[in-house]
Design a protein around this ligand. Structure first.
Ligand code: GPV
Length: 824
């Protein structure tokens, strides 16, 4: 402890240039972070050196998004120095919790996809898998959300304004990135046609490394984020021609590439700068991968034995064309050889079946920005379509019938002709990879049967499932110390590394004393949230209420509106005195809407309007409260999830690819009210469906309802309570003076076809909520179920997910000789 204290003081003085006697929390947080980083860097160097010495096969995880959140607490826990740091900082006059609050969330992602990437890096580090995360170091992460007059207002997330004590910027290792220009064709000495791309613009990519420690194992992996740097400083032409200010403008223009994260989640933006971001990140990454590979190898055909590249959705899919370009134009390999290398190296994870999220890029844009890549994509497509034809005409063509060949080719082509001629990035990712995986069992089945059914017939081995998981380090141990300590006192700490050990809790569910202790941990977390809400929102929570929580991005398919209709109905029953048996509850909502997503923003407004009305109504507000949590983010999730009793997972069946919040809640002892969707299905199977509150139409039922003609008006006319709730929303009951404010929302349900079947599931949802309320009155039974939920969540560790990727997709093994256990 004395060592750590000394280091902190030394950093306050010599790294931060401040007086250690002036007790600034900001300085002491930074100094502590630097002292922790010092303790990581030796192991990072040793880890990286061991990969090199042992010629280990490396895994590269390519993702446009990461959501690490805050690093301090997690890193202290992984290093096993949390208690030491707590005492050291308290000696210096600080509470560790307060210091941790000084850190800004690294919010370099939108939601589940980015958070999954961060959980995966944590698991690779913990399992000792030679992994690297690659991404973009956005200057501005996901916007900061404030709620003004009930509406979302976006503010810039200037997360690095005060620097980032965790990152190493490596300004000396720059990689060139080229755009535009033209392709020259030439013939080599064997008479083969060759291509050289001479680019118009060049930018530089600078690596920034963030260290990712494993749990108590001395293994530290790297997350390398690229930042755009102009090469103008080196362009003497500008200065020679006297155009100094022109040079500066060009520099600013170049560095715009990594300026901001696109804040739309599962909606395609189709902006030129976004494509630039994708290629910028991809080419720098591939260059870095090959640089490392070439240190030990000359023969490029050995690449797939040494390198696995995982594409996190299609955002980095241009990497397939980029690797082809390098192998063809720089290494001068033949097409077939190059293509085999690519397919064996790449694997692709799909995260959605929503059509509006499937990426396409206009051919005209690609031709201009990346002319050589567009040529390569055309060639990939031509060869692929010939292969499709060959398979279709062959005897065992199965369901591929040759009469339909033209249609089949149109459907699977990399190029879509309408509405504008574009490249389908998912098709490029599928045919350029040896593995295509979905993220939960149902999702993968839907990929096979619906979205990619043609590809499933063409390559029946390619599509596979890897159900998502979450890291128990952050989402149980670090976020929920009261519960973790209770668990550890009964079964030890092995569950943090091996989450299956939680099954040892099962017999304790029958022990009244343990149940009481379990409830006490929950209450402690509720009180902690209460204090936080009081500080931030100046509101008093009732900790004896059932805490009912719906936090995630705002999306129509996630159906925050269904929840809101339940709230309005509960409000009406209470007002009308029809709810004598109502179980008091506080309903929490939180989440960001894409700034361009009109309906999602209107939903936020509606939730806040209902909240204002309900909370101000003294007839009901001792029994029903609604809280909108502004700026939902990773660190907020860490506070809210441990305090939650009811987890809302109510997406339209078939539409949530997996969900990962669902896992975090159950792991922390919340019960789930949810639809038969995503990984919630597998959770219900692992836990026992009777221990969750499952309701609503299933995916196949919705398909047939759709086919037979779904008429939302039928539900409106057939259900008095539903009608009352919708009429109130449409009238100005919640929007006095702003008549018609929420009409778009209601019209969308009644006259817009209710694409997400809110009305079809309303009545069943109410029934399930009734069951929830009733069960909550029986605290012993509620607690028993809560314990069993957590005890059966072992499968949903990201360690299990990553072990499956390693074995079944990457063919990599954990590093031998990894030191596990404290002091090893
Ligand atoms: I595509 N997901 C996301 O957060 N952003 C995206 O752009 C796309 C998918 C999410 C899915 O919606 C979740 O169901 C899933 O759990 C998560 O990706 C991780 O797989």
């Amino acid at each position: 402890m004395e060592g750590l204290k000394k280091d902190v003081i030394r950093h306050v003085v010599s790294s931060l240039g401040s007086d250690y006697a002036s007790k600034s929390a900001y300085n002491y947080y930074n100094a502590l972070a630097l002292a922790v980083r010092d303790r990581l860097i030796d192991n990072w160097i040793k880890t990286q050196r061991s990969y090199y010495d042992e010629k280990a096969k490396r895994v590269y995880y390519l993702s446009l998004e990461y959501l690490p959140g805050k690093s301090l607490m997690n890193n202290l826990h992984c290093l096993g120095i949390y208690e030491t740091a707590r005492k050291a900082m308290s000696d210096l006059g600080f509470s560790l919790e307060d210091l941790a609050e000084q850190e800004w969330d690294a919010g370099l992602g939108n939601g589940g996809l980015g958070r999954l990437a961060s959980c995966f890096l944590d698991s690779m580090a913990t399992l000792g898998i030679p992994g690297y995360g690659y991404g973009i170091r956005y200057d501005y992460g996901i916007f900061h959300q404030v709620i003004e007059d009930g509406k979302q207002v976006e503010q810039a997330d200037n997360w690095m304004r005060v620097g980032n004590p965790w990152a190493y910027e490596r300004g000396q290792h720059l990689f060139p990135v080229r755009f535009f220009g033209e392709v020259k064709n030439w013939t080599d000495e064997y008479g083969r046609l060759r291509h050289t791309w001479t680019a118009g613009d060049t930018v530089l990519a600078m690596p920034c490394d963030m260290l990712v420690p494993g749990w108590d194992n001395h293994h530290v992996i790297n997350m390398r984020l690229w930042s755009a740097r102009s090469d103008v400083e080196f362009d003497l032409d500008f200065f020679n021609t006297g155009n100094y200010l022109g040079a500066v403008e060009e520099k600013i223009f170049d560095e715009k590439i990594s300026k901001v994260l696109y804040p739309s989640d599962q909606i395609e933006e189709g902006r030129e700068l976004r494509l630039k971001q994708q290629y910028f990140f991809v080419t720098a990454t591939i260059q870095d991968i090959l640089r490392r590979f070439r240190k030990k190898h000359q023969d490029m055909t050995e690449l797939p034995q040494s390198v696995a590249i995982q594409l996190n959705d299609t955002h980095p899919a241009i990497a397939i064309a980029e690797l082809m370009r390098i192998l063809l134009d720089e290494d001068l390999l033949d097409w077939e050889v190059a293509w085999d290398i690519c397919v064996s190296t790449f694997a692709y994870t799909n995260h959605t079946i929503l059509p509006e999220a499937l990426e396409t890029w206009p051919v005209s844009l690609l031709e201009r920005m990346l002319p050589r890549h567009m040529q390569i994509i055309y060639e990939i497509n031509a060869r692929f379509l010939r292969e499709v034809e060959r398979v279709a005409r062959s005897e065992d063509c199965g369901q591929l019938c040759h009469r339909d060949l033209d249609h089949l080719k149109q459907r699977v082509s990399l190029i879509q002709e309408r509405p504008i001629k574009s490249v389908r990035m998912a098709h490029l990712a599928i045919i350029g990879s040896h593995s295509v995986n979905g993220v939960a069992a149902l999702h993968t089945e839907l990929l096979k049967a619906r979205v990619f059914d043609d590809f499933q017939r063409l390559y029946p081995q390619k599509i596979n499932n890897k159900t998502n998981g979450v890291t128990p380090r952050r989402w149980l141990w670090s976020a929920n110390q009261p519960l973790s300590r209770l668990i550890a006192s009964h079964i030890g700490t092995g569950f943090v590394r091996n989450l299956d050990e939680l099954t040892q809790l099962e017999p304790l569910a029958a022990d009244p004393a343990f149940r009481e202790a379990w409830r006490a941990a929950k209450l402690e977390n509720k009180q902690r949230l209460q204090a936080y809400i009081k500080r931030k929102l100046m509101r008093e929570l009732h900790t004896e209420h059932l805490f009912d929580v719906h936090i995630k991005r705002i999306h129509e398919y996630k159906r925050q509106v269904l929840n809101l209709l339940h709230v309005v109905t509960a409000y009406n029953r209470l007002r009308h005195g029809q709810a004598a048996d109502f179980t008091p509850r506080t309903v929490f909502f939180g989440g960001k809407a894409a700034p361009s997503y009109f309906m999602a923003k209107r939903i936020i407004h509606a939730i806040n309007a209902v909240a204002a009305t309900v909370n101000a109504d003294s007839r009901v507000n001792d029994k029903l409260q609604v809280v909108y949590l502004p700026n939902y983010c990773v660190s907020q999730a860490e506070r809210v999830i441990p305090a939650t009793e009811l987890s809302e997972q109510i997406s339209t069946a078939g539409m949530e690819a997996s969900g990962t919040g669902n896992m975090k809640f159950a792991l922390n002892g919340a019960l789930t009210i949810g639809t038969w969707d995503g990984a919630t299905i597998e959770m219900a199977q692992a836990i026992g469906p009777e221990l969750l509150f499952i309701f609503g139409m299933r995916e196949d039922e919705l398909v047939s309802l759709r086919q037979h003609g779904y008429n939302p008006m039928l539900y409106y006319h057939g259900d008095e309570e539903l009608r009352e709730a919708l009429d109130m929303l449409r009238s100005d009951a919640f929007s006095p003076g702003q008549h018609g404010l929420f009409a778009p929302l209601v019209d969308n349900l009644l006259h817009g076809g209710d694409r997400f079947f809110v009305l079809a599931d309303y009545r069943q949802y109410l029934g399930a909520q009734q069951d929830v309320g009733r069960l909550y009155l029986d605290q012993e039974e509620w607690t028993r179920r809560s314990i069993l939920n957590a005890a059966r969540m072992g499968f949903f560790s990201s360690d299990r997910a990553i072990s499956q990727y390693a074995r079944e997709i990457w063919d990599v093994a954990p590093m031998a000789g990894l030191q596990n256990g404290k002091g090893a």
